[in-house]
Every structure is written in C-alpha cells, then in structure tokens.
Design a protein around this ligand. Structure first.
Ligand code: NAD
Length: 499
C-alpha cells in the first residue's frame, strides 16, 4: 500500500486535511512510493499558531540549554545516518554515499550553531558617557520559516533550522514535495533530542502553503532556497508583506581552465563537479572555459572518454558516479535542453539522451552529455539545465574567460584551475561571483563561513549559515543606561554628542 505522509506539527505526525496530495516517486523505478499531503492555508495558519505558543518558552530557555538539545539532535542524526541516507536516496535518486554527504554537510551547520551562546552574546561599553553604559543584545524574531528545494533535502533544512532554533525562534519547514521523508524524520529526532513540542514543525505543501507563510503576519522571517523565478517571487512578496527574506536561487557555475592547469586534475574536477549527483547541485559546474585553443583541445582529449565512461547506476549502487534524476518531468526537461543545444548549433560530443539503465527501464536516467563550441548567446549557456550536461565555451584569452561568469545573470560559484598565483589572485578579486574556488571545483564554504551567491542567485542581504545566519534569525537591540549618580538636573534640548 502507498504510504501517506502528512505534516509534523506540535511534536506529532498529523494527517493532512486539505484532501490535496502529491506523488512521491522512486526515481530508480518510476513507481509512486508515497503520497504527501499538500497543506491548505488554514493548516498553515494552525501550525503558525502552535509555533507561536511554543516559541515563548523556547526563547526564555537560556542559550546553553537550547544548544544541549542541538548536541543531542546531532548525535541522533549521526546514529541514524545509514537509514536516513537510504531514505533520502530512494526519493531523490542520489547515491547513498552522496546522500550521506548531504546529511553530513547539514549536521556541520548544527555543529556550528552549537556556538550560539558565543554568537548571541552582545557588546558592552562601560562609561560611554558620564555615568552612561551601553550594551547590545540579539533577540529571536519569533516564528520563522524555511522553504527548501528537492536537491538537498537534509542539508538545506539544517542550514536554516539550526541557527534559527539556537537563536530562540520556532521554525516551520516547508520542504520540497518531491522528497519529504527525511525532513519529517528530522522533526521526530528533534523531539527525541528534547526539543519542546511545536518549536520545530514540518508543513508539507506547494504554492498554497508557501503563499500562506508569505502572508501570515506572525511569520517574521522566511529563508528560501530554490529556483530563481520562485526565489524572486518569494523575496518580492515576503518583503512587500514586511518580512525579513533571504532567497537563494539558481546558478550557472563556470570552471576556467588556464593553459598552465594540470589537465588530469582539471578533468577529475570537471567530472565530479559536472556530473556528480546527476548535475542536480546548485554548485555543480555546468560550463568549462578553456583559455586558448590549445588548452581546449588538450582538455577535451582527456574529458571525452571520461564522460563516455561515466558509471551510472541505481541510487543503491555505492560505486555509481551518479543515479537517476528526480522526476520524469525533470528527465524530459534536461533532454529537451540537449535538443535545443543541438538546434542552436553547439557540437554534441557525447550524447546521453538514449541511455537506458538495464533492469531499471522505467527509472529517470540521463547519460552524461558534453557540448563543445557553446556560445554565450545560446539558451544552453544562459539557462540552468540542472542535469548531467556540461558545456564547453572556448575563451580566446584570460580577460575573455573572466568576463563570461562576471557577465552571466547568475553569480553563485566559479572556479579557476591554474598554477599561476598571480592569475588566481587577480581572478578571485575581479570576478563578479559570490563563491570562488582556486583549484577547488565546488567552493561551498564550511559551516562557519557564510554561503551565498551574487546577482540573480540570491535576493536579500544575508547569506546562509556562518555569522550571517545569526544576524538573519535575530534582531539587535541596544540599551543605553544611566543611573542617578551620573544625572544632571534639567532638560536637554540639544542632541547629546561626544564633542
Ligand atoms: P523550486 O523553485 O521548484 O522549489 C523550491 C521550493 O519552492 C519547494 O519547496 C517548492 O515546493 C516551492 N515552490 C515551487 N513552486 C512554487 C511556486 N510557484 N510558488 C511558491 N513556492 C513554490 O526548486 P527545486 O526544483 O526544488 O530545486 C532546484 C533549484 O534550486 C535549482 O534552481 C537550484 O539551482 C536551486 N538551488 C539553489 C541553491 C543555492 O544555494 N543557491 C541550493 C540548492 C538548490
């Protein structure tokens, strides 16, 4: 029988009442393995009310007690790593080892958030004026929400909820309807770790649930990660409703190959970063930019056989380079982009459109594709494909290569492969992109730095995790205090200064 997935609210699993559902597929086989409830706006409202009630006590729990819950949660997730990874992989399609990476990068943010007492402590100025002391503090916002994409169903919810909870907020997660099981399980693990009921909730749903969160006056901040059109919509609607919003969007990440690069190392990087997780990563490399014809030919000579020999397998195959993509619809979208590239005149060197996985003929598999002679006016260059498709754009010189990512509408990640320190340094300073790798293909910052792109890859002033996260999920208050011994008689009409 098909499993029914409801919501996790007030410390328990509850059934959905909207009578609207979405299918959760097993991308390996194409079978429907569960139905997930899609919340109505009144179900969202109920979750906000429950969160609001629970938040008061949680905010009054001192930070050290709060982080003890996170420590326990961290240990529980670690203990359940194997089961969680299998659950994740069966709904998303990424391999089990890659799913463990997804969970691991999430709990690293929990680990970072355990430093909350340090991040939340304010500043103090003794004697800021005659008998005057001044101090600042960071206070929680109240009820906050996170809306997450399908491609990191463990990591991205933890990016958001760990600093939000450590700061004393109640958190409502609206995960992707494609792979809701791990987010639901995180709710149960939080309860087991000692989190009071109602402080962490999962409301499953689609646009209706997102709109309800965006419009609810008691939701004070909303963190979003997903595609750019929805990120922009969430940013504009949420901001117009007076909420604090951070909305991370899509990407087109370039890897510049300088003529002096170690070609073997570069090809390894392109294979892993271009095709790992079937290219369904916002930091996947989707454009390779060799500088000069000689570098392009040397790169392709080594790259073509590697793409032709990618090992594709079901997500349970731990040795596979990557598994199926998330849905049939997404498989078709990726293949249609390859058709577009061919029509636009790019040279398709490796064609994975007809790949069939033996024994999994109904699964959503796409073979590795490689294009050469892609130009900046083509749609396959301008738009995010989010699949195992790598485009080679040949740059005539370094300045040409630097211009490509800098002028692209997305600005998430970029990498340069070179042995030349001067070139690398110049590139890191001048490129118009938020996260830069030097001989590192996927420059995702560790939890204690902040993650975020530029341009249409991020709307809002705050990045994810790192120091930015405590600023996003708290509001600053500054107190100026004077006691009678420091007071002069009489009213002052002139603005006090330190002159
Ligand atoms: P998506 O935009 O389709 O969905 C993201 C979330 O928005 C989901 O929870 C979904 O239910 C909700 N949503 C979908 N349509 C909506 C609508 N019309 N109104 C309101 N909410 C809606 O993205 P996805 O396909 O799940 O994820 C892939 C995308 O996410 C890619 O573009 C990828 O680059 C991006 N992404 C970005 C980052 C980053 O850090 N910048 C990280 C991971 C993924």
């Amino acid at each position: 029988m098909t499993r029914e997935i409801g919501h996790y609210v007030g410390g328990k699993n509850i059934e959905g009442t909207s009578k609207r559902f979405s299918d959760v597929f097993n991308p390996n086989t194409g079978e429907v393995q569960a139905h997930v409830a899609l919340a109505s706006s009144s179900e969202v409202r109920k979750a906000v009310e429950i969160s609001g009630e629970a938040q008061v006590g949680w905010a009054n729990t001192n930070p050290q007690r709060r982080i003890r819950v996170l420590i326990e949660f961290y240990n529980l997730v670690l203990k359940e790593m194997d089961t969680l990874a299998e659950m994740l992989s069966s709904e998303h399609g990424k391999t089990v080892p890659d799913s463990k990476g997804d969970i691991q990068r999430g709990i690293e943010v929990v680990e970072f958030a355990i430093g909350a007492p340090h991040h939340l402590k304010g500043d103090y100025t003794d004697g800021a004026g005659p008998g005057i002391d001044m101090y600042s503090m960071r206070q929680p916002l109240g009820v906050v929400a996170g809306i997450t994409p399908f491609n990191f169903p463990a990591m991205i919810p933890m990016w958001m909820c760990a600093p939000a909870l450590a700061s004393g907020n109640a958190f409502i997660l609206k995960p992707s309807e494609r792979d809701p099981s791990v987010p639901m399980r995180l709710g149960e693990l939080f309860k087991e770790a000692g989190l009071p009921d109602g402080v962490f909730n999962v409301v499953n749903g689609d646009k209706e649930a997102v709109d309800a969160l965006l419009e609810d006056p008691d939701v004070h901040a909303l963190s979003f990660v997903g595609s750019t059109p929805i990120a922009e919509y969430v940013y504009k609607t949420g901001s117009a409703n007076g909420k604090r919003i951070q909305a991370l969007g899509g990407a087109k990440n370039h890897l510049i190959v300088m003529p002096d690069a170690d070609m073997d190392m570069t090809v390894d990087a392109l294979i892993g970063a271009g095709y790992g997780s079937a290219g369904e990563r916002c930091m996947a490399v989707s454009v390779a930019v060799p500088v000069g014809e000689e570098a392009a030919d040397a790169l392709l000579e080594k790259l073509i056989p590697r793409v032709e020999n990618l090992r594709i397998g079901p997500s349970s195959d731990a040795e596979a380079d990557y598994g199926p993509v998330v849905t049939k619809q997404h498989e078709e979208k990726i293949k249609s982009y390859v058709d577009i590239g061919v029509k636009e005149g790019a040279k398709l060197l490796v064609d994975g459109r007809d790949f069939k996985m033996q024994g999994y003929e109904n699964g959503y598999f796409v073979g590795g594709c490689l294009f050469d002679h892609v130009t900046p006016d083509m749609r396959i260059y301008k738009e995010e494909i989010f699949g195992p498709v790598l485009s080679v754009v040949r740059a005539k010189d370094y300045e040409d290569a630097l211009r490509l990512p800098s002028e692209h509408e997305y600005g998430n990640g970029v990498a340069i492969y070179t042995r030349d320190g001067d070139a690398a340094r110049d590139f890191a300073h001048r490129v118009q992109i938020g996260m830069v790798g030097i001989n590192v293909p996927i420059p995702v910052p560790l939890a204690y730095h902040s993650f975020g792109g530029w341009k249409r890859s991020l709307f809002g002033a705050h990045n994810q995790h790192g120091p930015d996260s405590f600023h996003f999920f708290t509001k600053a208050k500054t107190v100026t205090a004077r006691w009678p011994s420091g007071m002069k008689d009489g009213a002052e009409f002139v603005l006090p200064t330190m002159k």
